[in-house]
Design a protein around this ligand. Structure first.
Ligand code: SF4
Length: 317
């Protein structure tokens, strides 16, 4: 599984000062599951070490300039960013991790300085390369390394990457409408935890009331699915999902077991225990009563459990 990444996050000494921005979580944890494809636009056009660059604004026009000599390098940075963004398509990436705050790679809150060097800088910019990638691939899962230290954003990003990879693999098998129904069914509760509206929209596409051609349906489904997995799950939606799942076996278990389960749901809702504790119990009953429908649900197993993302109380909001 390939993920694009700003090179300096892997420890490559490509920063302007000859240093790197190595990120332990990315290398040690995510590195077990993903192949990283490194990108460093600045290194490709300037030597390392080099003079730092920064974004400036005058009369609403953003430029990229060297920070001491004030040389305008906008065209160079734009050109290399476009070229690298074009190459991403061929690399079949499932996501991208950008270096925060960089005038080239930052996804948001990049500093923009006033052209005349007097006045206040603002943190409202977007890195030139990051913008190019986002404009070209708006539904490619992407995050900054800093935001991945937030358990909730990390959980959503990882879930999105695995689902992103899955739908493209699925579409490559040239599926029938029946295959699509099976695929869609397996994502029912995962999508439901993100957005009820998105689940309804996907259901309508699969139902194909207008009897459209399969290829058109698959294309419509892909687009809506990518939009759906882009959304972030919430505690209240997730709580509703666990109640739905509980409905499959509530009549098959004892009062004590029911009480224990419902208490764990409440504890999850009140942020006392992490989601993984609830999922463990739901998986246990799913196996015990051999409920095939639940066994296929991605919500119960969205990615390798060793990633342990749902072990944090902070992984849901
Ligand atoms: S932030 Fe981007 S351009 Fe800057 S050193 Fe890292 S990879 Fe290169």
């Amino acid at each position: 599984m390939k993920i694009g990444i700003s090179s300096c996050l892997l420890g490559t000494q490509c920063r302007y000062d000859g240093g790197h921005s190595k990120d332990g979580f990315i290398i040690n944890e995510l590195g077990k599951y993903f192949d990283f494809i490194p990108y460093c636009p600045e290194k490709m056009i300037f030597a390392t070490p080099r003079e730092a660059i920064r974004q400036t604004r005058k009369d609403g026009i953003i430029k990229v300039k060297t920070s001491t000599t004030n040389l305008d390098v906008t065209q160079k940075v734009n050109d290399i960013s476009k070229k690298l963004a074009d190459e991403i398509q061929e690399s079949e990436l499932c996501g991208f991790i950008f270096k925060s705050k960089s005038p080239t790679c930052g996804m948001e809150r990049v500093k923009i300085y006033p052209e005349n060097k007097s006045g206040q800088s603002e943190n409202t910019g977007v890195g030139i390369f990051a913008k190019e990638v986002k404009d070209k691939y708006p539904l490619l899962p992407s995050e900054e390394e800093g935001r991945l230290h937030d358990a909730w954003l990390r959980e959503n990003f990882l879930m999105q990457i695995f689902a992103y990879k899955h739908i493209f693999e699925f579409l490559n098998t040239k599926p029938s409408l029946n295959d699509l129904i099976t695929f869609h069914t397996s994502y029912k509760y995962l999508i439901y935890a993100k957005s009820h509206e998105a689940y309804k929209e996907l259901g309508n596409i699969v139902a194909n009331h207008e009897k459209k051609d399969t290829n058109i349906i698959l294309e419509e489904y892909k687009h809506s699915f990518l939009n759906a997995i882009y959304q972030k799950g919430t505690i209240s939606n997730t709580y509703n999902v666990v109640l739905h799942i509980y409905g499959y076996f509530k009549k098959l278990i004892t009062k004590e077991e029911k009480d224990e389960l419902l208490e764990s749901f409440e504890d999850y809702k009140n942020e006392i225990i992490p989601l993984i504790a609830v999922i463990k119990l739901l998986n246990l009953y799913t196996k015990r009563f051999d409920i095939t429908y639940l066994k296929t649900q991605k919500f119960l197993n969205p990615y390798p459990k060793e990633l342990a993302l749902r072990s944090s109380i902070l992984a849901y909001k």
